[in-house]
Design a protein around this ligand. Structure first.
Ligand SMILES: [Zn+2]
Length: 667
C-alpha cells in the first residue's frame, strides 16, 4: 500500500479535511503521524492532550486511511529538558549540548528513560483499541542526529557495567585489549575512560567496544518502547525507520525486536550533494541491505518526494524520478511505500525538506506524479502478495564490526569499507544480478557465490563458516586485509591471512599502503592502476590470477584462485580499477555458474521480484536520456510507457528518461 508522513500539528485544523480528501484521491491507505509531537501530546509533565490527534485519526479513518503512530521520543520537549538538564547529551570535548534540533537526549539517562516510558505507555493505552491505528514506529531514525554519541556520566557508568558483563574480570579485559601497551593496564573497571580527547589516539580495542556499547544502548532503548507497545497493543505491529547504511547502530541487532524493518529512502542523499541523476546501484544497494536484515519484505517509511535539505538544498527530483524510485523500492522488496512528507513545512529545520505538496498546499506536478504512481503500482503490489521473496544466488557478507574497525583504523585515508563493497556491488548490479546482503549469523549454504569483503576481524565461528562454505562447494571471493585481527581488535600474531591461509592457499608475508605510491596489476593482457592497499601474496596451493606491475614486488601475485575441497576461494589483495574488477567478477561468476541477468544498457536497471502469484520484471531507466532495451519476449507487458516510441526494430522497447516498464510471468 501507499501512504505519507503527515504533520497536521503544523497546519490549522480547518485544512485537515481537505488534506485527508487529497490523500484519499491520491490512493493513500496509510499515514504516519506524531513521531515528533511529544509537546503537543504531553504539553507539561503528566498533562496529556490526545484530543487533536484523536480528531486527525478519526478524520483520516473516515476516508479509509489507517494510521501508524510514531512514538515522539526523538523530540524531547522544552519542559522536560528544563526540569532535567542532565538528559542532554555530552560531546566528546565534554560540553553539554543544548535543547534544540532533535535527539537532544542521552539514551542511557534514567530520567529520560522514565519519561519515555510514560509517554509511550500513555499513547499505547490511549490508542490500543482505536480501529484506525494499525501499528507503531518507535522513535525516529535511531542513531541519527548525533554527530558524536553521548559521553555523559550516565553513559560512562553504563559503559563500565557493559564491559564488566562482557569480560567478567579486569584481568580478562586487560588481556583482550592489550593494555600493557603504553602502560594502560587497569586495576578497576571504573578507571576505564570513555574515548574522550587525549594527546594521541585511544586503544583501538577500547574504541571498538565503545562502538558496540553505544549500539547496544540504542538497541536497548528501542527494546523498552517495543515491550510497552507489545504489552498494551497486542494487535498492532511495531517497526522502526532505518537509514540504509547509517553506521551508529548494528541494524542486525536493532531489527530483532521488530515485526518488520522500515527504511527511509532518499536516492539523492541528505542534501543532494552529487546532483540529480545518480547511478541506480547507489539507491539499489541500501534497499538490498534492508531486505537482507530480516531476509524478507520491508516498508519504505520515507520515500523521497521532493528536494531535500536543511540549510542547503539538493536538486528537485526530475519529472518521473519519484515514480521511478518508488518502483525501484518495490522491485527490491518494499510492500508499502510512504512518501515523505505530505506538505512542505513553513517552519523549523526542515523548511526545505520538500513534500508532495509545496508550501502553498496547492496540488501540483509532484502530487499528480505520486497519484499516477499509486494508481499504476497498486495492482503490481497486489500481484506480489504472498510467499517469501526468492533468495538471490549471490550474497555479500556485511558486518558492523568490520565497518567500525575500519572507521577506527582506515589504513589509507581514502579506504572506506562501504565504498569498497559498493564497487563490487555495482559490478553485480550492472549485470542485473540480484544480490542479498547477509550478516554474520546468516546461513551461506544456499548461495552459489559469497563476496566477503575485507574480513579484517575474525573469530572461530566466522572462520569455520567461510571454510565450511568453500568445503561444501561454494565460490568465495574475499579481499585485502582479511584474517588480520581477533574480535577484540588486536592483531593476530601469525602469518597473514591468519586462519584463512589454508582455504585461500596463500601467505601474505608483506604489504604496502599505497599512499603516494603508484602501483598496478597485470591481468589477462591488460595493465591497470590499483589503489589504497597492496597485500603482497605468496601462493601456497593457490594459482596466481593477476600480478603486481611495479616496484620491488612486481610480478608477485595480487589476485589468486584456489580450488579447495569442493569449492573455489578467490583472494584479491588490492583495490582494483574498474576494468580488472569487471573481468575478475566475470571470472568468479562463471566459476559459480551464474549468468548475467536481463541485458540492459548502462543506467537501466532490471529487477525481478517474485511471489506465490508469479514474477514481475521491472525495467527502470535511471538516466535522463531515452534508452533502448530489448523487448522481453518471455514476459507479458503489465505497464508500458505512455509515450514509448517504437524502437529501430519490433524487438526493441524505448524507455524515455526516468521511465519504467513492467512485465509479468507465471502465476
Ligand atoms: Zn549519556
Amino acid at each position: 500500500m501507499f501512504g505519507v508522513a503527515y504533520y497536521p500539528e503544523h497546519w490549522p485544523r480547518r485544512r485537515w479535511k481537505s488534506d485527508a480528501l487529497l490523500m484519499k484521491r491520491a490512493g493513500f491507505k496509510v499515514v504516519r503521524l506524531a513521531e515528533f509531537a511529544w509537546e503537543k501530546i504531553e504539553p507539561d509533565d503528566g498533562v496529556f492532550d490526545f484530543s487533536w490527534l484523536d480528531d486527525v485519526v478519526e478524520l483520516l479513518g473516515a476516508e479509509g486511511i489507517d494510521v501508524v503512530l510514531g512514538t515522539p521520543t526523538a523530540a524531547p520537549p522544552a519542559w522536560l529538558v528544563e526540569k532535567h538538564p542532565n538528559i542532554l547529551p555530552v560531546r566528546r570535548d565534554g560540553t553539554r549540548m543544548s535543547f534544540g534540533g532533535r535527539h537532544h537526549n542521552c539514551h542511557s539517562n534514567d530520567i529520560f528513560r522514565e519519561s519515555v516510558e510514560i509517554i509511550v505507555r500513555s499513547m499505547a493505552v490511549h490508542y490500543r483499541d482505536n480501529p484506525h491505528v494499525k501499528g507503531w514506529q518507535v522513535d525516529n531514525e535511531l542513531g541519527n542526529s548525533h554527530e558524536e554519541l553521548c559521553y555523559c556520566d550516565s553513559c560512562r557508568y553504563h559503559f563500565h557495567a557493559w564491559l564488566q558483563r562482557k569480560y567478567g574480570t579486569i584481568d580478562a579485559l586487560n588481556a583482550a585489549w592489550g593494555t600493557v601497551f603504553w602502560s594502560q593496564t587497569y586495576t578497576h573497571f571504573t578507571q576505564i575512560p570513555m574515548p574522550l580527547a587525549t594527546p594521541n589516539s585511544h586503544n583501538p580495542a577500547l574504541l571498538l567496544d565503545w562502538h558496540r556499547f553505544t549500539s547496544d544502548l540504542i538497541v536497548d532503548f528501542q527494546r523498552i518502547q517495543v515491550a510497552i507497545i507489545r504489552d498494551e497493543c497486542r494487535e498492532h505491529f511495531v517497526t522502526h525507520n532505518f537509514m540504509g547504511f547509517a553506521g551508529k547502530v548494528d541494524y542486525h541487532l536493532l531489527c530483532g525486536d521488530l515485526d518488520f524493518v522500515s527504511h527511509d529512502q532518499y536516492p539523492l542523499g541528505f542534501e543532494g550533494e552529487s546532483g540529480a541523476v545518480r547511478p541506480a546501484a547507489e539507491s539499489a544497494m541500501p534497499l538490498d541491505f534492508i531486505r537482507g536484515l530480516k531476509s524478507t519484505r520491508f516498508w519504505i517509511m520515507e520515500q523521497q518526494s521532493g528536494a531535500a535539505g536543511w540549510e542547503t538544498i539538493g536538486p528537485t527530483p526530475r519529472p518521473g524520478q519519484i515514480r521511478l524510485w518508488t518502483a525501484q523500492s518495490i522491485a527490491h522488496g518494499a510492500d508499502a511505500v510512504l512518501f515523505f512528507r505530505w506538505r512542505t513545512s513553513p517552519s523549523g529545520t526542515e523548511q526545505y525538506w520538500h513534500g508532495i505538496l509545496p508550501h502553498s498546499g496547492d496540488p501540483g506536478a509532484r502530487y499528480e506524479e505520486v497519484a499516477k504512481t499509486v494508481r499504476e503500482l497498486d495492482p503490481v503490489l497486489e500481484s506480489l502478495k504472498g510467499g517469501d521473496i526468492r533468495k538471490s544466488r549471490v550474497a555479500i557478507l556485511f558486518s558492523y564490526d568490520q565497518l567500525w574497525a575500519f572507521d577506527i583504523q582506515p589504513h589509507h585515508p581514502d579506504l572506506r569499507y562501504l565504498d569498497h563493497i559498493g564497487r563490487y556491488y555495482s559490478e553485480f548490479h550492472r549485470r542485473n544480478i540480484a544480490v542479498d546482503f547477509v550478516g554474520l549469523s546468516d546461513e551461506l549454504a544456499a548461495y552459489d557465490l559469497v563476496f566477503a569483503p575485507m574480513v579484517f576481524l575474525v573469530n572461530d565461528e566466522l572462520v569455520a563458516k567461510l571454510r565450511a562454505y568453500v568445503e561444501n562447494g561454494g565460490v568465495l571471493l574475499a579481499t585485502m586485509r582479511s584474517g588480520v585481527k581477533d574480535w577484540n581488535n588486536g592483531v593476530l600474531s601469525e602469518m597473514l591471512p591468519g586462519p584463512f591461509g589454508r582455504v585461500f592457499g596463500i601467505q601474505i608475508p608483506d604489504y604496502d599502503c599505497l599512499r603516494g605510491v603508484t602501483q598496478g596489476v597485470r591481468y589477462e593482457g591488460i595493465e591497470e592502476t590499483v589503489s589504497l592497499w597492496a597485500d603482497i601474496i605468496e601462493t601456497a596451493g593457490a594459482a596466481p590470477v593477476a600480478v603486481y606491475a611495479k616496484d620491488y614486488y612486481a610480478d608477485r601475485p595480487a589476485i589468486t584462485e584456489h580450488a579447495w575441497e569442493a569449492g573455489t576461494a578467490y583472494y584479491v589483495g588490492t583495490e582494483l580499477g574498474d576494468a580488472v574488477r569487471r573481468r575478475l567478477v566475470a571470472r568468479v561468476l562463471e566459476s559459480a555458474g551464474i549468468e548475467n541477468g536481463y541485458d540492459t544498457p548502462d543506467g537501466v536497471e532490471a529487477v525481478v521480484r517474485s511471489s506465490d502469484r508469479g514474477e514481475v520484471l521491472f525495467l527502470l531507466n535511471h538516466t535522463d536520456q531515452a534508452q533502448i532495451v530489448p523487448f522481453p519476449d518471455a514476459w507479458r507487458p503489465a505497464l508500458l510507457p505512455d509515450d514509448a516510441a517504437p524502437g529501430e526494430s519490433e524487438e526493441d522497447l524505448v524507455l524515455p528518461a526516468f521511465e519504467i516498464a513492467l512485465f509479468t510471468r507465471g502465476g
